[in-house]
Write a protein that binds this ligand. Structure first.
Ligand code: ADP
Length: 316
């Protein structure tokens, strides 16, 4: 879907923000880019919709170089959500959402229907919210509108640059949950920048860890936790979250085996988080064994959810 070949960005002042990156982002994937401040995440993201021109290499979308797309076509077909959403203050919520559909000359009826459909999708009553002005909404609600605005013309790709980082922890968690649910329905290709590992682990199908303009590791959340490529990734993912490893208790996650079917692999009920993740890298679910008997199973999703939950408790 989105292919980076030897992509570099050198700013006019000589800063090498991105160095010869190769990367393939798959269609329908929730792809998270994470790394410390200044590692090149935003630069990488903004090169996709040509907000920042490349210095070297090529980026292709569906096999066509981004430089060969009409710039309007490219921007309209890529939704974009920023940290400070910057809704137009003098326009209503409905008008803000309608911007790209208007540019694309959609019929007015279709635009009206789309506004209401989107507001409903993110839990904002259309009757109440479509004619409000942005300042009449909370920060979390404005950010929701930002997400709907990016989705308005149904673009296949959405770029999100730290979209929730200005929100308080509770709103932030809620929007993350909602975005996950939404993504299950809409199956967009989402490229999401964050510097927050717990957010990355919660949301990402795959996570790309960057440092100094280079990719250090790309992998699923369980890959990164179980097999960090080097000390940097291990520290970034693991050490900050020591309590997660200490608190981990497989017993809490065991569910009964409802269907009689071949379970792919077996794990001891007293296994550590590392052992569990190692096995879950290769298997979706594991049978849990205690004193020689199978007492239930655990699956990958519930383990990742527990991890994200413990990490979130920590920041409060
Ligand atoms: P991140 O999003 O990971 O914080 P950025 O992509 O914003 O990183 O920045 C990567 C590097 O490029 C940093 O060293 C930053 O200072 C530099 N940089 C970003 N934008 C510019 C610019 N317009 N001109 C010069 N240097 C820039």
């Amino acid at each position: 879907m989105i292919q980076f070949d030897h992509v570099s960005k050198k700013y006019p002042d000589g800063t090498n923000a991105v160095n010869s990156i190769n990367l393939h982002i798959k269609a329908g994937e929730f792809f998270v880019i994470i790394g410390p401040s200044g590692s090149g995440k935003t630069t990488l993201l903004k090169m996709i919709n040509r907000l920042i021109p490349l210095s070297e290499g090529t980026i292709s979308i569906n096999g066509k170089r981004i430089s060969d797309y009409d710039i309007h076509e490219l921007r309209w077909d890529i939704g974009y959500v920023l940290q400070q959403i910057a809704l137009f203050p003098h326009m209503t919520i409905g008008e803000n959402i309608a911007i790209v559909p208007e540019l694309k000359n959609w019929e007015q009826d279709k635009i009206k229907k789309r506004i209401d459909e989107l507001l409903e999708m993110v839990g904002l009553e259309p009757e109440i919210y479509r004619s409000r002005k942005p300042h009449e909404l909370s920060g979390g609600q404005q950010q929701r509108v930002g997400v709907t605005r990016a989705l308005a013309a149904n673009p296949p790709i959405i770029l999100m640059d730290e979209p929730f980082s200005a929100l308080d922890p509770l709103s932030r968690e809620k929007l993350q949950d909602d975005l996950l649910h939404l993504q299950q329905k809409i199956k967009k290709t989402i490229v999401f920048v964050t510097h927050d590992m717990k957010e990355a682990l919660k949301l990402g199908d795959r996570i790309c860890v960057m440092k100094n303009g280079e990719i250090v590791q790309v992998g699923t959340p369980d890959d990164l936790l179980a097999n960090p490529e080097n000390e940097f990734v291990r520290q970034f993912v693991g050490d900050k979250h020591e309590p997660v490893f200490r608190e981990f208790n497989l017993q809490n996650l065991i569910v009964p085996i409802l269907e009689e079917r071949e379970t792919e692999a077996t794990i001891s009920a007293s296994a550590s988080l590392n052992e569990t993740l190692e096995l879950l890298t290769h298997h979706d679910q594991l049978a849990v064994e205690e004193n020689g008997a199978i007492i239930g199973m655990v699956n990958r999703q519930s383990v990742i959810r527990q991890l994200a939950g413990t990490m979130q408790k920590e920041v409060r």
